[in-house]
Design a protein around this ligand. Structure first.
Ligand SMILES: [Zn+2]
Length: 69
């Protein structure tokens, strides 16, 4: 059985970028999900996938961006 201990999972997003990310719905802080394959908003709980190291911050369908209102 392969060892499955991954104490130091690499951050998929560069810290510089991560620091400026915010939820497009509520502008809340984003955190990594447990497996670090996505982001979750601490404010509204919206989840966003990370694809090839790039966070996909599209609001769930049917929700509008507060930015533009
Ligand atoms: Zn949010």
């Amino acid at each position: 059985m392969p060892k499955n201990k991954q104490k130091n999972i690499e951050e998929p997003i560069p810290k510089d970028l991560f620091d400026i990310l915010a939820c497009p719905l509520c502008r809340g802080d984003l955190e990594y999900t447990k497996d670090k394959k996505g982001l979750i908003c601490a404010g509204c709980g919206a989840k966003y996938p990370i694809e090839e190291g790039i966070p996909v911050l599209l609001p769930p369908k049917g929700k509008s961006l507060k930015y533009y209102q």
